[in-house]
Design a protein around this ligand. Sequence first.
Ligand code: PAN
Ligand code: ZN
Length: 188
Amino acid sequence: MTPRFAPFTTWMDWHTGLLDPERGQVERRLSDMSGYYLDEQGVDGGQLVYRVYAIPVEETGSEIQCSTTVIEPGRVADEYFMTKGHFHAVWHRSEIYLGLRGEGRLVMATEAGEHAVEPIRPGSVSYVPGGWAHRSVNVGDEQLVFFAAYVGDAGHDYGTIADRGFPVRVVAGAHGPEVVDNPRYRKE
Ligand code: PAN
Ligand code: ZN
């Protein structure tokens, strides 16, 4: 059997999340996230929320997709900057997140409305089991940086979360980050 390609190395800056060589980048601004935050009155759509730097490989079950995500510090009203969040299109595909910099929360939810919130910070290794939608939230005042790895054919279903939201939101409370119910959440 002939291997499909030769081994290769990518250099990652563990502080900034930048990859060398940089092979692909996705950028999300507030204007790309309309409807994701509860109170979007007067938002500046041009504001950068997060970037994802990928190590692209074929999207097959033989490969492992890897990327770093860098979420800027900031809020929309009381809600911290966060990723869109998704289920995997192949719903049972799991994922690992390694926290590299900053202070965050990993919000997860099942289709049935069960939810879990885990910390992301340097040294955290979070396991996102299949069937759990996941979103990361920067609750600190510096960039939140983490590395993610998942099976190549997982794919991303953004539509379900865009329509229904997560059962909970992470907001700035009087004494720091708080997890509160999302009044707009719809189970189905
Ligand atoms: C991550 C996410 C990344 C950005 O690599 O794709 O943090 O979040 P959204 O994809 O929700 O915009 C991952 O979970 N990949 O499967
Ligand atoms: Zn994922």
